[in-house]
Ligand binder design. Structure first.
Ligand code: PLP
Length: 359
């Protein structure tokens, strides 16, 4: 590696992304994609897209899409910035709100990209361990504030456990934390609607909250790379006008994003199917002696029976049979597997394969 790297870049490892096999035969339950295809309206918009329009730059701030997103959440366009998926949203938040040498806070475990982004920014990461039941400790905001955390990221529903944190607990953290709180809602589309979770109220009630959303999971568009941040206009404007690349969202993504959002009926039908499959898979895993944490996301964090060959060996065996699930070599996670919810057929093939690991 080049000696010209900045020292913090030299020291860091980089993010380990999940395996992305090219063949379509693999049952891919490792990176939490939606198992159902994007809306037919997206296919239509892609076919109708005029290649000639690629000759000119896209609309720099993706305004038509921002309007659509704002309408969906009952907010104004000034409270929205569109990004090259959730990962860019996170990077932009770190760039705008964490100084080199400053502190970024989160929980352990959490999305493993967060500390990587802090390292790129040459910032410190302050991680607070989740409680044994995976909840956020009640003194979380006080501890993050005592470390002068400029930006804190919490995932809801949490990744990789799927645990849902009630909005009121997050409002309480937002009220008491000294820096910016980013609530990463990458999986929020899969929350049971009966819970009545609302992103809008965070934006309306706090001037220090950013909400991250992505099209990768709920809208079946992980390959497109499209996401957004919601927040108070004062928080959004520095990202929109200063730290973002001028043309961070290409013309095709803007057009397909609008098509996907407009077809809420279709998107919601896939979320419902995922929720139904989630419940079924959790019950069937439990029947095989696998324990599952309650999840409001499109995955389950599950522990194989104690007399089985163990999570890592099961992950490796499944891989030889073209079934990919996620194994994390990380304390608290290395006896577990994170399994994305697949179609009914994929889940049944998985379960058939898992039967042999139970006595
Ligand atoms: C917790 C969490 N946040 C954000 C993302 C970013 O997703 P994307 O960059 O595809 O929008 C992911 C992706 O897996 C994630 O798990």
């Amino acid at each position: 590696m080049s000696k010209f790297q900045r020292p913090n870049i030299q020291r860091m490892q980089g993010y380990s992304w999940g395996e992305q096999p090219l063949d379509v035969q693999t049952i891919k339950l490792n990176t939490n994609e939606n198992p159902y295809p994007p809306s037919p309206a997206v296919t239509d918009a892609l076919s109708a897209f005029a290649a000639d329009s690629l000759r000119t730059y896209p609309q720099p701030t993706a305004d038509a899409l921002r309007e659509q997103i704002a309408e969906l959440h009952g907010l104004s366009k000034n409270q929205v910035v569109v990004t090259h998926a959730g990962d860019e949203a996170l990077r932009l938040a770190v760039t705008a709100y964490v100084s080199p040498g400053g502190t970024f806070a989160g929980t352990d475990p959490s999305y493993s990209l967060y500390p990587v982004l802090a390292q790129i920014q040459d910032a410190q990461t302050f991680n607070i361990d989740l409680e044994a039941n995976w909840s956020i400790p009640t003194d979380f905001a006080a501890r993050a504030s005592a470390e002068n955390a400029q930006l804190t990221c919490l995932v809801n529903p949490h990744a990789p456990s799927g645990r849902f944190t009630h909005a009121e607990d997050l409002h309480q953290i937002a009220r008491t934390i000294s820096g910016v709180l980013l609530i990463d809602e990458a999986y929020a589309d899969f929350i049971d609607p009966e819970i009545g979770y609302s992103s809008r109220e965070f934006v309306e009630q706090h001037d220090n909250v950013l909400i991250l959303r992505t099209f990768s999971k709920g809208y079946s568009l992980a390959g497109l790379r499209l996401g957004y941040l919601l927040g108070d206009q004062e928080l959004i404007t520095p990202i929109l006008e200063k730290t973002r690349d001028s043309y961070n969202v290409d013309a095709i993504s803007q057009s397909l994003g609008i098509a996907a959002l407009k077809d809420q009926t279709y998107a919601r039908s896939t979320w419902k199917k995922v929720r139904e499959q989630r419940q079924l898979l959790a019950q069937q895993l439990a029947a095989l002696g696998w324990s599952c944490l309650a999840s409001e996301a499109n995955f389950l964090l599950t522990t194989p029976p104690s007399d089985s060959i163990g999570a890592e060996a099961i992950y490796k065996t499944l891989k030889t049979e073209n079934i990919l699930v996620r194994y994390f070599d990380h304390p608290r996670l290395n006896d577990k597997l994170r399994i994305s919810i697949g179609t009914e057929k994929q889940n049944q093939i998985l379960l058939k394969n898992l039967r042999r690991f139970s006595s």
